[in-house]
Design a protein around this ligand. Structure first.
Ligand SMILES: [Zn+2]
Length: 387
């Protein structure tokens, strides 16, 4: 792959919405990037102060997992008409949206219907005086990332410059949120398509800052620890990457990134994208990897939309960044956060034209995935539909 221009100059403008939530504009276009114009725009909506948050974290003592109980989210906006999209810029004769400015490049703001908040209301240490059932307030933060002001675009439609700006925003948020009290893990992700349960059509993603290490990350850390111990120090991520590189499931290889369908893919079409130089999180990416990322990622997303052939509706997908937790790793003896490998997992729940993979009995009941598409065939298809 040929090199793309160096990372963009980015201007970051924090502001506050009418109900006190934070909004941050990320700009790489004029007249904003050089500061000749300001993005800061008053939010004139008569909003009540933001809900301090009433979500609860309840600990499942049998599985060792925290469950978030967030009943207030049932009132959230569901598929509004296009002229009332809350993620469009305000102006153009429409009702004010979540974004007071008349345009934006990339914008991030605190979710109005969060599962976690920094101001979560306190709870007793247990409910009904039962010490077996720990509970704590849902402290953390949930943010929305609007990838573009163009309502009808998808991430795959972005230019490399726009995708680079989203990467800058994800990196900035990972850094900022990691410094909040209680936050242990930062998760940047995109749900794309109504089939995934997306309630707004506008191209956007989300960021969750969790007050604990998530179960999947904990599993990976345990596997890392076991492998390190068993091999006298080998890094399991490095070993997997080396084996996948030599195997038949590579989908795309750049100078600094490697994408493959994993050996034991859970989903019909699933791709894991790793920087070749192992880093624990987005903050660790060097300039070369950051520069090449947009080209590689946009190509993967465009291939996803071609998997099922011409005339098919856009492929629903989930794109999930796995980053090392920021909390102490005392439960994972012998593992440092630098042992973790930042990577993105991209997968679709569509099996074939018009058919979805549901998380049914085996998956939902027992966490045993049944995948109808052999990973080797999925990889072959993802190579066939290259640009
Ligand atoms: Zn919109």
């Amino acid at each position: 792959m040929t090199a793309t221009p160096a990372a963009p100059a980015v201007r970051r403008t924090p502001d506050v919405l009418a109900d006190g939530r934070e909004i941050i504009y990320f700009d790489d276009t004029e007249p904003y990037v050089s500061g000749q114009a300001s993005r800061a725009t008053p939010d004139t909506r008569p909003l009540e102060p933001a809900d301090p948050g009433h979500s609860q974290l309840r600990y499942d003592v049998l599985t060792g997992e925290w469950v978030t109980i967030a009943s207030h989210r049932n009132t959230r906006t569901f598929m509004p008409p296009a002229d009332e999209c809350p993620l469009d810029p305000t102006g153009r004769g429409r009702v004010p949206s979540e974004i007071p400015a008349h345009d934006y490049d990339v914008v991030v703001f605190e979710n109005r219907f969060p599962s976690f908040t920094t101001t979560a209301v306190g709870e007793p240490a247990d409910i009904d005086g039962e010490p077996l059932f720990p509970v704590r307030p849902g402290i953390g933060r949930c943010e929305v990332v609007c990838f573009t002001s163009d309502h009808n675009a998808s991430f795959a439609d972005l230019t490399e410059e726009q995708a680079a700006l989203v990467l800058e925003a994800w990196t900035d948020r990972t850094s900022e949120l990691s410094h909040l009290p209680s936050v242990e893990q930062v998760f940047c992700f995109e749900n794309r398509g109504a089939e995934i349960g997306v309630t707004l059509g506008h191209p956007h993603g989300q960021i969750y800052a969790y007050p604990f290490t998530t179960p999947r990350t904990a599993l990976m850390l345990r596997s890392l620890a076991t492998h390190k111990e068993a091999t006298g120090g080998e890094n399991l991520f490095d070993a997997v990457l080396e084996s996948e590189l030599a195997g038949g499931r590579v989908v795309l290889e750049g100078e600094h990134w490697l994408a493959f369908v994993p050996y034991a893919a859970h989903w019909p079409y699933e791709v894991h994208l790793y920087p070749k130089r192992r880093v624990p999180d987005l903050l660790g990416l060097d300039e070369e990897a950051r520069t090449e990322f947009p080209k590689v990622y946009l190509e993967l997303l465009r291939r996803f939309d071609r998997i099922f052939g011409e005339g098919e509706p856009p492929t629903p997908y989930i794109a999930a960044w796995h980053q090392a937790p920021f909390g102490a790793l005392e439960d994972f003896e012998g593992v440092n956060r630098d042992d973790f490998a930042l990577h993105l997992e991209l997968f679709t729940i569509r099996r074939t034209s018009g058919k979805l993979k549901f998380l049914a009995g085996s998956e939902s009941g027992m966490s045993v995935f049944i995948n109808d598409v052999p990973p080797e065939r999925a990889a072959e298809r993802l190579r066939e539909v290259a640009s």
